[in-house]
Design a protein around this ligand. Structure first.
Ligand code: NAP
Ligand code: ZN
Ligand code: ZN
Length: 350
């Protein structure tokens, strides 16, 4: 324990409006149930930008974000049984929960009735604010650390920890499979994983993107059809044609048009988290008994299942590896939908 790096390198947001800067932060001592992880790769999720810029509510600064973490265990606490030094591990959007409420007991810690502890911007058990994965090391309770199967490449695996599970979970919950017509709105970080999982589950998949500029990529990922939402003909031609729509867009959508695409009993699930409310016209729901739903990441058991499924089926995120100096530029590109399809920070460059 003597050589534990309590002060570690990180990239932090100094405020809601300034660019990210290199800095150092403190990590807690490794407790009996904790694992110390040397982070190798950290994915850039659009949520990092929403959160750091205060779009979801005020936060404390400086703040380190990042909740797609892949690395290696370098130390374990005395009571740790699930992970060993040298293990390849991942951490996603949560680092703790109450473990007692009915949702935690059901393995749905993301819906903890007492509020789960987010990987960043949450109040940790020691009263400090959690700091995320744009950093060289992190200390996490063993129960919230995932095992990365050998078949998955460390360089590209990190986005599975948020983009992967956030799309896998609703596709499983709403039973995406053979015979089901699924549309994925937005082909960014989450969207491209939704296409890969829906295709792997056997569903018929249509991408609804703003333009056709990423059509070849979408089809290569397993989409059966690809349409531009900038073209109004898309909404008339595809009226009443999907059982399930997974919306991954980070901005509000004109819901009347999108709900019209659902068949009888169809469901529109938003995983996209725009800061502004979305208006849902109820008559578009009455017509065809449609549902409007939301879904938040996934539980720890399901996240491990998703990683194992990805290893078994050869599913991996499409990533662009960047250095620590390119993070501000990468954020600007995410905001312009100019990413194919997830940026991953090479933490060795930090
Ligand atoms: P992303 O990589 O930026 O992808 C979002 C995609 O939405 C873009 O690539 C773009 O796709 C489309 N888009 C962007 N602006 C648009 C606009 N004004 N109108 C129509 N389409 C637009 O973001 P992400 O990391 O996948 O995250 C997507 C959203 O999910 C964010 O709001 C994020 O906070 C949220 N999220 C939620 C959860 C959860 O648990 N529910 C977890 C993670 C992330 P095209 O270029 O194809 O049009
Ligand atoms: Zn995320
Ligand atoms: Zn709970």
């Amino acid at each position: 324990m003597a050589d534990m790096p309590t002060t570690v390198a990180a990239i932090a947001a100094p405020s809601a409006t300034e660019p990210l800067v290199r800095t150092t932060i403190e990590r807690r001592d490794v407790g009996p149930n904790d694992v110390l992880i040397e982070i190798q790769y950290a994915g850039i999720c659009h949520s990092d930008i929403h959160a750091a810029r205060g779009e979801w509510g005020e936060i404390a600064y400086p703040q380190v974000v990042g909740h797609e973490i892949a690395g290696v265990v370098t130390e374990v606490g005395s009571a740790v049984t699930k992970h060993a030094v040298g293990d390849r591990v991942g951490v996603g959007c949560m680092v703790n929960s109450c473990r007692e409420c009915e949702n935690c007991l059901a393995g749905e810690e993301q819906y903890c009735l007492n509020g789960n502890t987010g990987t960043y911007t949450s109040v940790d058990r020691d009263g400090t604010i959690t700091q995320g994965g744009y950093s060289s090391h992190v200390v996490v309770d063993q129960d919230f650390v995932l095992h990365i199967p050998d078949a998955l490449d460390m360089k590209t695996v990190a986005p599975l920890l948020c983009a992967g599970i956030t799309t896998y979970s609703p596709l499983r919950h709403w039973n995406a499979g053979p015979g089901m017509r699924v549309a994925v709105v937005g082909l960014g970080g989450l969207g491209h994983m939704a296409v890969k999982f829906a295709h792997a589950f056997g569903a018929t998949v249509t991408v609804l993107s703003q333009t056709l500029s990423k059509k070849d990529d979408g089809l290569a990922m397993g989409a059966d059809d690809y349409r531009a939402t900038s073209d109004d003909a898309t909404f008339s031609e595809l009226k009443n044609s999907f059982d399930l729509i997974i919306n991954t867009v980070s901005a509000p959508l004109p819901m009347r048009k999108y709900l019209g695409l659902l068949v009888l009993n169809g469901t529109f699930v938003s995983v996209g988290a725009p800061p502004e409310p979305m208006e849902v016209p109820v008559f578009a729901l009455f017509n065809q008994r449609r549902s409007f739903a939301g879904s938040s990441i996934g539980g720890i058991r399901e996240t491990q299942e998703m990683l194992d499924f990805s290893a078994e089926h050869g599913i991996a995120p499409e990533t662009e590896l960047i250095s620590a100096d390119q993070v501000n530029e990468a954020w600007e590109r995410v905001l312009k939908s100019d990413v194919r399809f997830r940026f991953v920070i090479d933490i060795a460059t930090l």
